[in-house]
Design a protein. Structure first.
Length: 341
């Protein structure tokens, strides 16, 4: 894997998701209808770029991320269509044996809760070394040196000693750092961070995000960041994809999406976030209604039942519109939303 001094062709996509569709069967009703978790998702990410995927719980963010590594359990999950191209090769056509060589080496993932992701009966060092031995031809001494450096890179003090500690001996922040060290030990080309600072205090959150950004710059890694925190998006992301009911309803650069939201859902998300320093003078507006029943989806636009701009036209599923060369929106009434910006 190149370091930051190696020229990188940032015009060549690292990962392309095209028309991805994923559904799940309800285990309590094996003959009933399937739940469409992801419905025709398209996204592209380049080297040394951070793509933030945002949206409320259940919108398909994690399923999309896990699909890139074929981690969706099958059954009950199923890939209904689309392709996921990693450096031009379709990941979904690879066998499980081929995926084992890709996971961790080329695409790594930091999961939401490190205490449930780390094995409590193995030391931190053993778990990092397992990934190193699996993907790199090194001697035991070389593997230990790589693990120690990875732990040092993520700010774990006394890595030589803490290599032998167990997960319960680490604080929440240190466990998350250990997860990042494990993910970065093989210098992956793509790092997926699925809400990597859940349940951590704000100081540790800032340190973790600063660390991920530093590692991205050092190793030319492409980062997919799944988060609910729009402040983090504004600070770290280059591009943003907003998901709702399995669809990407808006995507573009950070400036495109946060400064000129063109979809009613994005606009509503931003209006529901309090701004530090404005106190009681600011107006915070809750998003009306609730997410539709996945078994009874709206016929057209999925946001239509909650949308203040909805018309009869919204009963038909919208086509994608390009606001600019870097800004796409899935909505019939983009002009109305933009007029309020």
């Amino acid at each position: 894997m190149p370091d930051q001094s190696t020229p990188v062709d940032i015009s060549k996509p690292m990962l392309e998701v095209r028309d991805l569709a994923v559904s799940f069967q309800n285990s309590a009703d094996p003959t009933g209808p399937r739940i469409q978790a992801v419905a025709g998702v398209n996204m592209v990410i380049y080297p040394r770029q951070t793509l933030a995927v945002v949206g409320e719980s259940g919108c398909g963010k994690s399923v999309t991320a896990m699909s890139t590594m074929q981690l969706v359990p099958r059954p009950p999950g199923r890939f209904d269509g689309g392709t996921i191209l990693f450096e031009g090769d379709n990941v979904l056509s690879r066998s499980e044996e081929q995926m084992l060589s890709l996971r961790g080496r080329d695409i790594a993932m930091i999961f939401q809760e490190p205490m449930t992701s780390l094995n409590p009966v193995y030391s931190i060092g053993d778990q990092i070394l397992e990934a190193i031995f699996l993907h790199q031809e090194v001697t035991p001494d070389e593997a230990v040196a790589i693990a120690i450096k990875a732990m040092s890179d993520v700010g774990i003090p006394n890595p030589e000693e803490r290599l032998n500690d167990y997960p319960h001996q680490f604080s929440g922040g240190m466990r998350q750092r250990a997860m990042i060290a494990m993910a970065m030990s093989c210098k992956p080309k793509i790092l997926i961070a699925d809400e990597p600072t859940t349940a951590l205090d704000v100081t540790i959150q800032a340190q973790i995000f600063e660390l991920i950004d530093e590692l991205k710059q050092r190793y030319n890694t492409a980062v997919i960041l799944i988060t609910h925190d729009m402040g983090v998006v504004a600070e770290l992301a280059d591009h943003v994809a907003v998901m709702y009911m399995g669809n990407i309803v808006e995507q573009g650069t950070v400036d495109d999406v946060l400064r000129r939201p063109a979809h009613p859902y994005t606009e509503a998300l931003l209006k529901s976030i309090p701004i530090l320093g404005k106190g009681k003078q600011q107006k915070i507006t809750a998003i009306q209604g609730s997410t539709p029943n996945p078994y009874q989806r709206p016929k057209g636009c999925q946001f239509e039942p909650r949308c203040p701009y909805a018309t009869e036209q919204c009963q038909t599923f919208p086509s994608s519109q390009s606001i600019s060369t870097s800004h796409d929106v899935l909505c019939w009434h983009t002009e109305k939303v933009l007029s309020h910006v």
